[in-house]
Design a protein around this ligand. Structure first.
Ligand code: ADP
Ligand code: MG
Length: 410
């Protein structure tokens, strides 16, 4: 089914052919007509399957068809959980809006940068606001905009925005939005509890589940390597060299770990930078831009990089620390294998995290063999890992090694 059969305007069709997009992805084919019919949508489809355009295209069309009031008020609000994702989604809207008659204004707001330019940018009104919740609330407190004219609310990464971390902010924002509005919720994951909550917020929604059929599932090879926690940085160095990984996104559990691991890699002459919520926004933006432009080999990130980021042709994701939830797993590995490309996701599993990984495997319907890399044979047992916090292993004795070998080959 071509884009032209979805009811999109000639201007938007030209924008798509300028990008050489020949066919809509399944989520686009299903969501675009539903949005154009003013329906609420709960849309679930794999990472990297084009969910952004599934809401951006019909929204732009709706807004160009119905001229806004003067002075103009925001008519569409797109909420996202992270600053980088706000910038990325905002860029997508702007690049498409360029192909329209030029009358639509897109404003992107997020925290960590000075609020004044954003306030200035909102003077004279706007049509589409792409925002992270916290900064949007700050701007509303400053009366920099009103949400009273919002006709459509989009939650991108909806399950993240609806979980506890954003509950208070979302509640405050909802109180400022008109009760009668169109709601579009998108994500690759909707855990049951979030789905139940989403249903209470949506009006008779069209539910779109692009099922993970083989042809729509991201093409990501997943591997698990058994390794002692204390050996992980060395193993990562080894793999980067031996496997000729040109670019790697490494996920760790804490900001501190991101700093430490990046630092160790740099000392081994690998271009690596940390990426986490305590860096300045300038630094975060720079690291991501350098990584996208292949000026960096490794980015060691917390889950702040797990959602939504579209890094073209990223070949490898490594879970140095395992994610807490199975949803986080899906989003982390989904940074690779996007838009029909293939990718590789490697998990480091130690004695202390083996049980947790088995749970993730079960929820993901996976069963990965535990690979062992020569020179990095694990020797720690669960109790040893627990007694050392699973981080600093003691040096294994010969007896330890024999025991471990026996355990592996019963
Ligand atoms: P998701 O939000 O589902 O994870 P994105 O919206 O970030 O995915 O899209 C992933 C990539 O696919 C982007 O680089 C986007 O430009 C590209 N893309 C989107 N729609 C199409 C299409 N119809 N044909 C080809 N590429 C597309
Ligand atoms: Mg997305």
């Amino acid at each position: 089914m071509p884009f032209s059969s979805l009811g999109l305007s000639p201007a938007l069709l030209r924008a798509l052919s300028a990008r050489a997009y020949t066919l809509p992805t399944p989520i686009q084919a299903a969501a675009i007509p539903a949005v154009l019919q003013d329906r609420d949508v709960l849309g679930s489809a794999q990472t990297g399957s084009g969910k952004t355009l599934a809401f951006a295209l019909p929204l732009l069309q709706q807004l160009t068809q119905a001229p806004g009031e003067r002075p103009r008020r925001a008519r569409a609000l797109v909420l996202v959980p992270t600053r980088e994702l706000a910038a990325q989604v905002g860029d997508e809207f702007r690049s498409l809006a360029q192909h329209l008659d030029g009358s639509l204004k897109v404003t992107v707001v997020f925290g960590g940068v000075s609020i004044n330019p954003q306030m200035m940018g909102l003077r004279g009104g706007t049509d589409i606001v792409v925002a992270t919740p916290g900064r949007l609330l700050d701007l509303l407190d400053h009366n920099a905009l009103s949400l009273a004219g919002v006709q459509t609310l989009v939650l991108d990464e909806a399950d993240r925005l609806l979980d506890l971390g954003f509950a208070e902010e979302l509640q405050r924002l909802r109180a400022l939005l008109p009760a009668k509005r169109q709601n579009l919720f998108f994500s690759a994951t909707f855990p049951p509890a979030v789905q139940a909550l989403a249903q209470t917020l949506l009006q008779d929604p069209v539910r779109i589940d692009v099922l993970p059929a083989p042809q729509t599932q991201p093409d990501i090879v997943q591997r698990a390597i058994a390794v002692d926690a204390a050996q992980r940085t060395q193993l990562l160095r080894h793999l980067i060299g031996q496997q000729h990984w040109s670019r790697v996104l490494v996920f760790v559990a804490t900001k501190h770990a991101a700093e430490i691991v990046a630092d160790k890699l740099r000392k081994a002459d690998i271009d690596a930078e940390p990426f986490h919520g305590e860096l300045s926004q300038g630094k975060r933006t720079q690291v991501l831009a350098d990584f996208k432009a292949s000026r960096l080999t490794v980015v060691v990130a917390t889950d702040v990089a797990a959602r939504g980021l579209d890094i073209a042709q990223l070949p490898v994701v490594v879970n140095y620390d395992l994610p807490r939830s199975t949803s986080d797993y899906t989003h982390r590995i989904g940074r690779t294998g996007r838009a029909g490309e293939s990718g590789l996701a490697v998990n480091f599993v130690s004695a202390a995290t083996e049980a947790h990984f088995r749970l993730i495997e079960k929820r993901q319907g996976l069963q990965l063999p535990r690979e062992i890399v020569a020179g990095f044979e694990p020797v720690q047992t669960v109790s040893e890992a627990a007694s050392t916090g699973g981080v600093k292993g003691k040096r294994p004795s010969k007896k330890d090694k024999l025991r471990a070998a026996a355990a592996r080959n019963p």
